[in-house]
Design a protein around this ligand. Structure first.
Ligand code: 13P
Ligand code: SF4
Length: 301
């Protein structure tokens, strides 16, 4: 029996469900019960009733959101070191400082934040629904963090003023994409459609045919009549895109676009996580209660 089979056997014995983000290693995506973007996985975790535990193969803030939304379930993060650096860029002090400087201005936080920060905002959003969340607010100016690029993209789409908190939060992986790389790929593939994640720079958005979250890219690629795509997001998504569209071709816009945090979790970690029921994600009740409010307001939108 190979390791994947052992994991599947243990998963059945323990009545566990495995959720994996679109950026996880291909061998993890292949055995997951559900693969998705951050909002889809949050929703799955919130709705999970039958499983005894949820193994969340992704990074820290995603597993934290699952624990917040389904507090009675045991949520496991298989690799403790899997942390999103962008989520670490925003602190409660920074939020409180911005609130003092801009009294009465609503605070919207990307889900790529720590639970304690979510407890200090009005509503959360993901890259899949940020435009709708901002549009739903009865305000023309909004404090938004931590991703400055997503803030700029949403501001362009909604015409509202988004004040970034902190001033320059970013995803180190998505910042690696350069329009020059797209131009080079376009030479042999002139008809390729360019899909760009909103965490990329504004220069990348300018060369995009489509801007959207990872799952929106999957939907777009499926529905498009194009045969070739240049993809500007973390390389893990290409595994899913290729499986779902075997007749189409996908090219990563920059080969080095690998999120080391998303790739930390291995099959060995997954097996150990199920076997020893580690690492249990714990969010203090008072923080979870407030953060849940911010996440649930996002689901209402
Ligand atoms: P998605 O919500 O598009 O899955 O993005 C999450 C993320 O971490 C992007 O880097
Ligand atoms: Fe965080 Fe960027 Fe990795 Fe997504 S790709 S988990 S935003 S570092």
């Amino acid at each position: 029996m190979d390791l994947s089979d052992k994991i599947l056997k243990l998963k059945r014995e323990k009545k566990a469900v495995i959720l994996a983000h679109n950026y996880q290693r291909p061998e993890i995506q292949d055995i997951a019960d559900y693969i998705g973007d951050s909002i889809e996985l949050s929703r799955m975790a919130a709705q999970e009733k039958d499983a005894e535990m949820i193994v969340f193969s992704a990074v820290d803030f995603m597993a934290e959101s699952a624990a917040i939304l389904n507090p009675k379930k045991k949520v496991l993060l298989p690799c403790l070191g899997a942390r999103c650096p962008m989520a670490q860029m925003l602190t409660v002090d920074e939020i409180e400082r911005a609130k003092k400087e801009h009294p009465g201005v609503p605070v919207v936080l990307y889900v790529n934040t720590l639970a304690i920060c979510k407890a200090h905002c009005d509503v959360c959003c993901t890259s899949a629904n940020a435009v709708e969340v901002i549009e739903s607010l009865d305000a023309d100016t909004v404090l938004f963090g931590p991703d400055r690029n997503l803030a700029e993209y949403v501001s362009e789409k909604t015409g509202k003023k988004l004040i970034p908190i902190p001033e320059n939060g970013f995803c180190p992986t998505h910042l690696l994409f350069q329009p020059e790389d797209v131009a080079v790929l376009k030479i042999p593939h002139p008809h390729a459609v360019v899909m760009v994640h909103p965490e990329c720079s504004s220069e990348m958005r300018k060369v995009a045919d489509f801007v959207g979250s990872t799952s929106k890219m999957c939907r777009f690629a499926k529905e498009s009549s194009a045969k070739e795509f240049i993809v500007a997001t973390e390389e893990g998504l290409l595994h899913r895109l290729r499986l779902e569209n075997p007749e189409k071709k996908f090219f990563l816009a920059y080969e080095g676009a690998v999120c080391p945090n998303m790739k930390r979790t291995t099959l060995e970690d997954l097996y150990a996580s199920l076997k020893d029921e580690k690492y249990v994600v714990r969010v203090p009740d008072a923080v979870a209660k407030k953060a849940r409010g911010s996440l649930e307001r996002m689901f209402q939108v």
